[in-house]
Design a binder for this molecule. Structure first.
Ligand code: DLL
Length: 433
């Protein structure tokens, strides 16, 4: 199902013409209204009048997270504060957060894009949508809430409630759609099983998840434990929040909402376009935003373009599901590794729970990685010999999948932190101490 067929299935030439017009007007606006862009365009002698086709975008400077941190709190806003009707921010775990502002029009665009994304997942006014994302400075809760309300669904703003309450609501309120982080969905599935509730007792049919990477195996586990069909959805606060790219029913990558965001994939080292089909860093330019427009924003997220037509009929370009970030990339013995690769391996092993943590240390200039992983109750009470065998098997599987030898520590069930609806921190990095 398409909500805005005229944009979602637009002829490429028409879409590109629309993008160009929107890009040009954005460039004029940022040059006029944002001191940061005025300065760098002048410094680099970028003449916005000379951007006459989409390929010229590579003449424009990039914007980085560091640039945005320096502009704390409001220096990147392109309109006066009186025209801003909503403020959100990143969590700022590594220093000052990035603060973003939306005009009335921006909220309207965001709402319609969220309604588009949810329609692609088959959600309608018939659905009861339980939103388990937090309603806070984080964009997840409010983004989904407004979108679902626009569709006319019955919306339950459950963000912030604990897992037991989520399950109670889900069962008693006859929730049909769950929106939340995949980590929290998995946790809900595990607790559901432990409390002896069969998923068939629920009315749940669809899950719409995002905000953190989730491997294919994790997806299967969620689908299995909750008996639902799941849809991925990608976004980031700086660009808008959820709703930047989304899965349709074909589930062959994520469609980027290109009528509002131009997308590039670059090699993070050379900053040149990544070779066709090759992975690289996602870069977005907003072309309709008024409050917080960004030019060539380097996301740090890794993906690749998928070529060819999507069977759903949308012409919006597709990207692979996000496999990780340039900055949670770990380099162990010279090998680039992502937590998602470890997760893939762990979830294929019998007796292992999908709860793990990665601890990085540095000794005599060498990085070492320890993976702590929960095992099932009965495995944990087995003899030491059995546990040792499992430990070695995990180590071997990781070595053959990734070429890395790491220390494996098996821990008892429920020992590691659970997702409480926010993002789960998988890596503890002690290397800089
Ligand atoms: O996580 C917005 C969002 C909310 C997206 C709810 C989807 C659902 P931030 O807190 O700014 O915004 O975090 C953005 O999260 O740069 C990615 O690294 C990661 N991320 C978001 N969605 C996905 C996804 C929201 N579907 C950062 N798969 C991004 C993998 C994701 N990573």
């Amino acid at each position: 199902m398409m909500l805005n067929k005229e944009y979602e299935a637009m002829h490429r030439e028409d879409l590109e013409q629309l993008q160009l017009e929107r890009l040009q007007s954005t460039l004029h606006r940022v040059y006029r209204n944002v001191a940061f862009y005025h300065q760098i365009f002048d410094d680099r002698k970028t003449d916005v009048e000379k951007i006459r086709n989409l390929a010229d975008v590579n003449q424009l400077p990039f914007t980085t997270k560091e640039d945005l941190k320096k502009s704390y709190p409001y220096d990147m806003f392109a309109v006066p504060l009186r025209d801003i009707v909503r403020i959100h921010s990143t969590s700022g775990t590594t220093g000052k957060p990035i603060v973003v502002g939306y005009t009335k029009n921006d909220i309207n665009t965001w709402t319609s894009l969220m309604a588009r994304v949810m329609t692609a997942a088959g959600i309608t006014e018939q659905d009861v949508v339980q939103i388990a994302y937090s309603y806070s400075l984080f964009t997840g809760g409010f983004g989904f809430h407004f979108g679902a309300e626009r569709l006319g669904s019955s919306v339950i703003p459950a963000g912030g409630e604990d897992v037991v309450k989520q399950i109670m609501i889900m069962k008693d309120f006859k929730t049909t759609v769950l929106a939340g982080t995949p980590g929290f969905a998995l946790h809900i599935g595990t607790v559901l099983k432990d409390s002896g509730i069969h998923p068939e007792e629920l009315s749940l049919k669809t899950g719409i998840f995002g905000a953190e990477p989730w491997s294919r195996n994790m997806r299967l586990q969620i689908e299995e434990s909750l008996r639902i069909e799941t849809f991925d959805n990608y976004g980031l606060t700086e660009i808008m929040g959820p709703g930047v790219a989304f899965e349709c029913s074909a589930k062959q990558g994520l469609h980027v909402n290109e009528d509002h965001f131009m997308v590039e994939i670059i090699d993070p080292e050379t900053r040149m376009p990544a070779a066709p089909g090759k992975q690289g860093e996602l870069v977005f330019t907003t072309i309709t935003k008024q409050g917080f427009p960004l030019i060539r924003y380097r996301t740090g997220d890794i993906s690749a373009f998928l070529e060819g037509d999507c069977p759903c009929g949308r012409t919006l370009r597709r990207i692979e599901r996000i496999s990780g970030r340039t900055d949670d990339m770990m380099i162990i013995e010279g090998i680039n590794a992502f937590p998602s690769q470890i997760e893939e391996v762990l979830l294929q092993i019998e007796g292992v729970k999908p709860h793990y943590q990665i601890i990085l240390e540095r000794s005599s200039g060498m990085d070492t990685m320890e993976v702590q992983v929960e095992v099932e109750e009965q495995v944990f009470s087995d003899e030491t010999k059995v546990l040792e065998k499992l430990r070695l098997a995990i180590q071997q599987r990781i070595k053959s999948a990734m070429g890395i030898v790491c220390k494996i520590t098996l821990v008892e069930p429920k020992k590691l932190n659970r997702s409480t609806g926010g993002k789960l921190k998988r890596i503890v990095d002690n290397r800089d101490r």
